[in-house]
Ligand binder design. Structure first.
Ligand SMILES: [Zn+2]
Length: 170
């Protein structure tokens, strides 16, 4: 059995800005009105014979959307994004006490208030990478029971353009 949640109908949306460094068209800061679709497969179980309660899934995905809404998404492991940095591998500690996130992409300098950003533990802020990341966040948040066999998330950059990632749990 599979349950499907449509991000537009269920209002699982967020609007964010991002950059795809070195890409000829998407290399400038631009934004998308994202929406997030969810598909969860598994056996029906429990008192109500649900695969999983829609309400719990929507609540979790809504939280993920809210955390990324109206921000500039910055993938800190992107090799083309050069942060002011002294040596060791980049990590979140580097940004801990910073009020601004400063970086350089191919000679273009950026200085963004940290409060306006979401720092992502990713190489890219593409729909593909966001779909994988959100799937991991969702699984962590809902702790699927043994009846669940897979969790999939689609991150859409708009109608007709999105990436789907499915994680098999058994
Ligand atoms: Zn884009």
């Amino acid at each position: 059995m599979k349950i499907v949640i449509n991000g537009i109908s269920a209002n699982l949306r967020f609007s964010s800005a991002h950059i795809i460094p070195t890409h000829d068209f998407c290399g400038c800061i631009h934004g998308h009105s994202y929406f997030v679709d969810v598909e969860i497969e598994g056996e029906q179980s429990g008192a109500f014979d649900f695969v999983i309660d829609f309400k719990d899934v929507k609540k979790s995905v809504r939280k993920i959307c809210k955390e990324h809404d109206h921000k500039l998404l910055i993938p800190i492991f992107n090799s083309n994004i050069k942060f002011e940095f002294t040596g060791e591998d980049i990590n979140f500690d580097f940004f801990e006490d910073k009020e601004y996130v400063e970086f350089n992409i191919n000679g273009k300098e950026y200085r963004i208030p940290k409060i306006d950003t979401v720092l992502l533990p990713l190489k890219h802020s593409s729909a593909e990478e966001l779909a994988k990341y959100f799937t991991e966040l969702l699984i962590k948040d809902i702790s699927p029971k043994e009846n669940i066999s897979s969790v999939a998330i689609g991150v859409n950059e708009g109608i007709g353009q999105g990436a789907f990632f499915k994680m098999n749990l058994i």
